[in-house]
Design a protein around this ligand. Structure first.
Ligand code: SAH
Length: 226
């Protein structure tokens, strides 16, 4: 079995172990096909390429990490994408999740707050031929209003709260997948659905561990005395 085949098996095993939490026995076929096609080793620094097909996170520099393949697959599945979708991603990092999404949808807009990572990911995605993605340096807690509304939004860093601009920039019927919780502590992967009437429904999926979302956007409640 080669590295990629082992990684796919590991993802299947992890899906099976968490089936009661995630509510399914298998992830979407298109998502798994995308995972099969994207060369994860291209998204890791040379020193960590040996970890490319392990089902775990790995360092990508600037104190950040490429996410665990199972989590990338799960979040892509939870987003419930269609080939005609326009998706906003917050936290480009290595660009690996961006590449997976690029296979699944029409257009991906991705924001990364660390300029060095954003420049590197943009070059890498271009070199590998992912042409339906646009990567920009910026604080994703404000979203990317120019291209809104989005069919789906995925956040790959943990927020203390769901930033309101992201809900505002979601189409009616759209989904937001986001880890919410305390920095370097307990976080829940959440699916937020904006219904046709604009109402918002949230669902907790499972406990996860992400690097923190830098949040320039301040919730209106921040600073109020309790
Ligand atoms: N999906 C990426 C995950 C990278 S880790 C991958 O698999 O490679 C999360 C990334 O979110 C980090 O690179 C971090 O710099 C970035 N980030 C944190 N806060 C952010 C913000 N407010 N806006 C945009 N990116 C942010």
């Amino acid at each position: 079995m080669n590295g990629l085949q082992r990684m796919l098996k590991d993802i299947e095993m992890e899906v099976n172990l968490t089936r009661h939490l995630i509510g399914k026995d298998a992830l979407d076929d298109q998502v798994m096909a995308a995972i099969k096609q994207v060369p994860r080793h291209e998204f890791l620094p040379a020193d960590y390429r040996f970890l490319a097909y392990d089902d775990g996170p790995a360092p990508i520099g600037s104190g950040q990490t490429i996410s665990q393949p199972y989590i990338v697959a799960l979040m892509s599945d939870l987003l419930g994408t269609k080939p005609t979708d326009t998706i906003l991603e917050i936290g480009t990092g290595s660009g690996y999740q961006t590449a997976i999404l690029s296979k699944l949808v029409k257009q991906v807009y991705s924001l990364e707050i660390i300029e060095g990572l954003s420049t590197q990911a943009r070059r890498r995605l271009k070199k590998l031929g992912y042409n339906n993605v646009m990567v920009r340096t910026g604080d994703g807690s404000f979203g990317w209003p120019e291209h809104a509304p989005y069919d789906g939004i995925i956040v790959t860093a943990a927020a203390a709260d769901i930033p309101q601009p992201l809900i505002d920039q979601l189409k009616a019927g759209g989904r937001l997948v986001i880890p919410v919780g305390l920095p370097y502590s307990y976080q829940e992967l959440m699916v937020v659905e904006k219904k046709a009437d604009g109402k918002v429904e949230t669902r907790n999926v499972l406990g996860v561990s992400f690097v923190p979302l830098v949040c320039g956007y301040e919730s209106p409640l921040t600073g109020l005395e309790q």
